[in-house]
Write a protein that binds this ligand. Sequence first.
Ligand code: SF4
Length: 236
Amino acid sequence: MIRRDCPPKNAPSRRCRAAGPPCWRPGCPMRCRYCHNPDMWDPSLSGEMESDQVVSQVVRLKPYFGSEGGATLSGGEPLMQAPFALEILRGCQTHGIHTALDTCGFYLDDTVKHCLKHTDLVLLDIKHSDPGRHKALTGHHMDRLLRFIEYLAEQRSAVWVRHVVVPGWTDGEEDLRGLLSIARTMPGLEKVELLPYHRMARDKWQALGVPYPLGDTEPPSEERMQRLREIVSEEL
Ligand code: SF4
C-alpha cells in the first residue's frame, strides 16, 4: 500500500508522496490486456490482514516518508474492498499521513465516496478515451469510469491521470487528445502522466497458463513517447 516510486503498476515517477514497502490490495473487476498483475485478479487468493495492522505498519514508517511522503493504496483495484480501503485511508489521515488512492474508477457507491473524502490525491488510470476501444482493451464499458470522473469533478478532487501507451491500442494522437479532453473536465487535475507499455507482464500471464492477449506487441519508441508528451504539454 505504500511505495516510493515506480512500482510495477506504473505509479507516478515524480513528486511521489509515498515511501516504504508496497502492499497491494488484490482483486480487480477489469481485465486489461496488458495487466501487470493478473495474479491479483482473484481476491480469494490473498492472505488476510486487518486494516489496523496495515495502518500500524504505515505509521511505523512515517519517519522515513520525508516531506513529500505518504501512503498509496493500490491493487488490483483497492475500491473492490472499499470498507477495508476506507479504514486504512481514514486511519492514515488520523495519523497525519498523506493518502493517495490508485484506482481505475470502476466503483462509486457511498462507501467509495467516503473513501474519497479521506483521499488527498487520486491516481486515476484511464485506459482509453474511445468507448469501443475501452471495452476491447479492458473488458468493460467506460460508463462507470465517466461517472467516477464526474464525481471527482464535482468534488474538485486532486487528480493525477495515468495512461499506459500501448502501440496499436492507445498511441494515436487523436485518442490522446480525446483522453485529455476527458481529463480536463476535472478542475482538480494536476497532471497527466504517460507510461510506456512494457512486456514484463507477459511472463506472468504465461505462468498462469493464460494466453497473453498482446502477443508480440513491442513497447513504444522514445520518439513516440516524446511526441505524445509534447501533446500533453501543449494541451493542458
Ligand atoms: S485495472 Fe489495473 S489491475 Fe485491473 S486489470 Fe487493469 S491493469 Fe490490471
